[in-house]
Design a protein around this ligand. Structure first.
Ligand code: ZN
Length: 499
């Protein structure tokens, strides 16, 4: 099986923040999880460097758009590295390989008869780089997303015949009810389609910063088509000397709700127009909110993930984002909420469990996992757990899958309290039971930790090594016998120093 997952590509008109990290971590969890299923994985992220948002910011800073991109793209690469993203390629839309492929595909859409020249007039948000439909215009002609004034634009443009794909899109949504998930986002996209689709600009005559329209080089391709095509072009040149398009296409997209329309409506239509298969699925997520505002540079309330990573490690941030807020919904996050989750769940429930299990096996069995059968009662609670997590992650239900895994963590803690290995150890006649209990705990911890590995790659790797597990592929409870010698394990999530 092959699995291709993407993040949106990020505008280089500001520094990366937690909102970007959130999408990237989500895609990374899916990528890592599929590698653990032995799938062939390609994971793509990158930067969107064309269009008004970038040109305007560059002008404001007195630099060229190219200079702005060259300064900020490395910042996004650095963010990916810090949060431990395992992306296979980092695309920049200023790449030669991208630009020449964009031109080819846009030419094909033109040659297929889906492009015409016309006049466009409408309300335009330069920060969204988007013409707004009537329902998207806020009070006093403002952008609903940015709360800033829209401009009235009238331009001679090349148009993409989006309206011609109305029936095809409705059929796509009918035949593939999980094309867009969660369902309420699907309904949102579908109702946008059913309102009746208008043709959309494919080019910009006034802007010079972008990919030239191949048959009319005075215009550049509208940044959204240029950007969306990154998902396709990257497979053509992202791996040196190899075109992996056939192997990995179609993609699983992860994106935030503000770019739903482009991905769920324009993009599949444009692919149909280019004779390219539409995406496999797309998951639309919400925002991490602080004090009721969208996390964004323009509205402030920026939570700098760097500080969290510095103090607590990337794993704790990765965990918190998907534990605190149900993936797909908007939800509140806060430094206090983070610290509480860290203390109670990561340090007490998981880290402490790991140290307890390892130290009991050290004390009672000389650091060797007993070769025994786990007690049926514990085994029953692990029954089907891996399949349930797989099913949830197929639908990118990152929070529900994490809760399913956390149920196992709580169960193991409860099992320690129920069986009281420290009492069993005092009675020679309980030696067989103690073997079964300790084996069950070690095995349960191994399986749970393998499931958590995609979420928290660093700490789980340390624990798996200490458990004598060198593999990272997912395993059923009881599928490994005992006999392994335990390694050393420093606390996975050290308690906060309260000075
Ligand atoms: Zn806007």
């Amino acid at each position: 099986m092959s699995f291709y997952v993407t993040t949106p590509i990020y505008y280089v008109n500001g520094e990366p923040h937690l909102g970007h990290a959130y999408s990237t971590i989500a895609a990374d969890i899916l990528a890592r999880h599929h590698r653990q299923r032995s799938d062939d994985v390609f994971f793509l992220t990158g930067t969107d460097e064309h269009g008004e948002p970038v040109a305007q910011q560059a002008e404001a800073e007195g630099v060229t758009p190219r200079e702005l991109g060259d300064r900020l793209a490395p910042r996004f690469k650095e963010m990916a590295r810090k949060i431990n993203a395992s992306n296979d390629f980092f695309i920049r839309t200023t790449d030669e390989g991208h630009m020449e492929r964009v031109q080819k595909i846009v030419q094909r859409v033109h040659d297929n008869g889906h492009v015409y020249e016309g006049m466009y007039e409408g309300w335009y948000c330069p920060r969204c780089a988007d013409f707004k439909t009537e329902s998207e215009v806020g009070p006093d002609n403002t952008c609903l997303i940015h709360k800033t004034p829209l401009t009235r634009e009238k331009q001679k443009n090349w148009f993409f015949k989006l309206s011609a794909f109305q029936a095809d899109l409705e059929r796509l949504y009918e035949e593939r009810p999980d094309f867009v998930i969660p369902e309420f986002r699907r309904n949102e996209a579908l109702s946008f389609i059913k309102q009746g689709l208008q043709d959309v600009s494919l080019s910009r005559p006034t802007l010079k910063w972008g990919v030239p329209v191949p048959w009319d080089t005075d215009q550049v391709i509208y940044v959204w088509f240029d950007a969306l095509l990154n998902y396709y072009t990257a497979l053509g040149y992202g791996i040196e000397g190899e075109d992996v398009t056939k192997k990995f296409w179609p993609p699983f997209h992860i994106l935030a709700k503000d770019i739903l329309k482009f991905h769920a409506v324009y993009w599949p239509a444009f692919l149909m127009a280019a004779d390219i298969e539409v995406p496999r699925r797309m998951f639309i997520h919400g925002y991490l909110l602080m004090e009721g505002h969208k996390m964004s540079k323009s509205l402030g309330n920026v939570l700098d993930p760097d500080k969290v990573i510095e103090q607590f490690g990337a794993d704790a941030l990765r965990f918190y984002c998907f534990r605190e807020v149900s993936f797909g919904q908007d939800g509140q996050i806060s430094p206090a909420g983070f610290e509480s989750r860290y203390e109670t769940e990561l340090a007490d429930q998981y880290g402490n469990l790991a140290n307890r299990v390892l130290s009991m096996i050290g004390r009672y069995r000389d650091g060797e996992i007993p070769d025994a059968d786990a007690e049926a009662e514990l085994a029953a609670d692990f029954n089907g757990a891996v399949d349930r997590v797989l099913g949830l992650l197929d639908a990118a239900e990152l929070t529900q899958a994490l809760e399913e895994i956390w149920r196992l963590v709580r169960r193991l803690n409860q099992y320690v309290e129920e069986t009281k290995p420290w009492e069993l150890s005092k009675d020679e006649s309980s030696a067989g039971r103690l073997d079964a209990v300790l084996y069950g705990l070690a095995e349960g911890l191994r399986v749970t930790t393998l499931l958590l590995h995609a979420y928290m790659p660093e700490t789980t790797a340390r624990l798996l090594d200490a458990l004598g597990e060198s593999g990272r592929e997912l395993a059923e409870f009881g599928s490994r016998g005992g006999g392994q010698s335990l390694g050393e394990l420093a606390p996975l999530f050290p308690k906060l120093q309260t000075a």
